[in-house]
Design a protein around this ligand. Structure first.
Ligand code: GDP
Ligand code: MN
Length: 381
C-alpha cells in the first residue's frame, strides 16, 4: 500500500518524527479554512502518489492566504502521471537552508533493509547514486538486529557532513525512521527532503511510506488508509465467486478464463493479434453453472465489449458444468456479441455437445491463437 504524503506524515508524526503543521483540503472551501488557520506563508502540495511533484509545478509556495488559495486552485484538477489531483496538503512553509535525504528500502535481492543517507536531498536519489556516489551512505541492516546504536548514526551523518545540533537531530530522526520501517512492515520509508531550516531545525518536508499489503491484517491503524474503492463490477464478481480484472478502458474484448495464468496468456495473445482486451474474469477452480452464467452477465455489463473469448480447461473445473453455465445465460438474450469457446479436459464431450447444439463457435483441439482469430473475424463481420 502506497500512502499519500498526508497519510505518511500522520504516521510519521505518531512515530515521533518532526513534520510541518498542515491541513488536508479537498476543495476551495477547505483550502480557505486551511489558509486562514496558517494565516501566513504556506506550501501547497498536490496529493498524488507519484513523486516528482516539485518539478511538475505541483508543490507551490504562497506568501499569503490569498496566494495559498490561488495556488491550490491552480493545482486541484491537474493530472500527474494519470492521477487527477483531488486533494492538496496545505502546510506551514519551511525556510529550507539545506536539503538532506534519509530513506530505508527493502533490498529484495539481499533480503534485508538498506538505509540510505545523503547530504544531497531534494533530488532523485538514483541520480545521486549515479553522479555523486560519495555523497551517499549505505547502511545494510541485519533484520535480526534492527536497532542501530546511536554512535553509528552519528558516524554516518558526520560522514555526510553534518555537525553540531543538526548531527544529533538527523541521527535521532533516522533512528526513528528505521524503527518505523520495522514496526510498520514497510517496503519503503523515505524522507526527501529532510530539511535543515534557517533556524537549524531538522524536519521531514516530504514523506513516503509504502507498507506490505500482506501485513495489513496486523495493522488496524492503517486500515483507514487502504483504498477500498473498486470497480463496481469487481464487487459483483466477488459475489459470484469469480475475479474481475479491468485491463484497458478502451479495450473491446472480454476474456473469461480458468486461472489468472491462462487469463494473462489469453490477454497477451489478443494483444499480439492487434486487438485490445478490456477485462478478464478469472473463474478460478470449482466453478458452478451459476458462477459461469453470472460471469457472462457481468462481462456484458462491461462498457465497450464487442466479443468474448471463453478459454477454459477442465481440470478441477468440469466442462459439462461450464457449458451448462453458458447455456443458462442464453435465454435472457443478454449476450448479444460474438462468443468463441475454447474448452477441453474433464467431461469435454458432454460440454462440447451442449455448445454445439447451441451453435456456439467452438475450438476443440486448436490453440488459443486460433480461438482469438476466429473471434476477431466474427467481431469484424
Ligand atoms: P516531490 O517533488 O513530489 O518529491 O515533492 P516534495 O515534497 O519533495 O517537494 C519538492 C520540493 O519542493 C522540495 O525538494 C523542496 O525544495 C520544495 N519544498 C517543499 N516544501 C517546502 C517548504 O516548505 N519550503 C520551501 N522553501 N520549499 C519546499
Ligand atoms: Mn520529495
Amino acid at each position: 500500500m502506497y500512502m499519500y504524503e498526508y497519510q505518511a506524515k500522520k504516521v510519521f508524526r505518531e512515530a515521533g518524527l518532526p513534520v510541518p503543521a498542515g491541513y488536508l483540503a479537498a476543495g476551495p472551501e477547505e483550502v480557505r479554512k486551511a489558509a486562514a488557520h496558517l494565516n501566513r506563508s504556506a506550501v501547497v502540495k498536490a496529493q498524488v502518489r507519484a513523486g516528482g511533484r516539485g518539478k511538475a509545478g505541483l508543490v507551490r509556495l504562497a506568501d499569503s492566504p490569498d496566494a495559498t488559495f490561488q495556488a491550490a486552485g491552480d493545482i486541484l484538477g491537474k493530472v500527474h502521471h494519470g492521477e487527477v489531483v483531488k486533494m492538496v496538503l496545505v502546510e506551514e512553509s519551511l525556510n529550507i537552508a539545506h536539503e538532506l535525504y534519509a530513506g530505508v528500502i527493502l533490498d529484495l535481492s539481499k533480503g534485508q533493509p538498506v538505509v540510505l543517507l545523503s547530504s544531497q536531498g531534494g533530488v532523485n536519489i538514483e541520480e545521486v547514486a549515479e553522479k555523486a556516489p560519495e555523497a551517499l551512505i549505505r547502511l545494510e541492516i541485519n533484520p535480526l538486529e534492527p536497532e542501530i546504536p546511536m554512535y553509528r548514526w552519528l558516524e554516518a551523518w558526520r560522514k555526510v557532513g553534518l555537525t553540531g545540533p543538526q548531527l544529533i537531530k538527523a541521527s535521532e530522526i533516522s533512528a526513528k525512521m528505521l524503527r518505523l520501517f520495522f514496526r510498520a512492515d514497510a517496503f519503503v520509508v523515505e524522507i526527501n527532503p529532510l530539511a535543515v531550516t534557517g533556524t537549524g531545525d531538522v524536519i521531514a518536508a516530504d514523506a513516503k511510506l509504502i507498507v506490505d499489503d500482506s501485513s495489513l491484517y496486523r495493522h488496524q491503524e492503517f486500515y483507514e488508509y487502504k483504498d477500498h474503492s473498486h470497480h463496481p463490477l469487481e464487487s459483483e464478481a466477488l459475489q459470484a465467486g469469480v475475479s474481475f480484472v479491468p485491463l484497458n478502458e478502451d479495450g473491446f474484448i472480454g476474456i473469461i478464463a480458468g486461472g489468472a495464468g491462462l487469463s494473462m496468456a489469453t490477454m497477451d495473445a489478443i494483444v499480439e493479434q492487434g486487438a485490445s482486451p478490456a477485462v478478464f474474469i478469472d473463474l478460478g477452480g470449482g466453478i458452478s453453472e451459476a458462477g459461469m452464467s453470472e460471469s457472462l452477465k457481468i462481462m456484458m455489463k462491461t462498457p465497450g465489449i464487442n466479443g468474448i473469448i471463453i478459454n477454459v480447461f477442465g481440470g478441477i473445473n468440469n466442462c459439462e458444468i461450464m457449458a451448462k453455465g453458458i447455456q443458462r445465460a442464453w435465454p435472457d438474450r443478454i449476450v448479444n456479441v460474438p462468443v468463441v469457446v475454447k474448452m477441453r479436459g474433464h467431461s469435454q464431450e458432454e460440454g462440447w455437445a451442449i455448445l454445439e447444439e447451441m451453435g456456439i463457435p467452438l475450438i476443440k483441439y486448436g490453440t488459443t491463437d486460433e480461438a482469438i482469430k476466429l473471434l476477431l473475424e466474427k467481431v469484424a463481420s
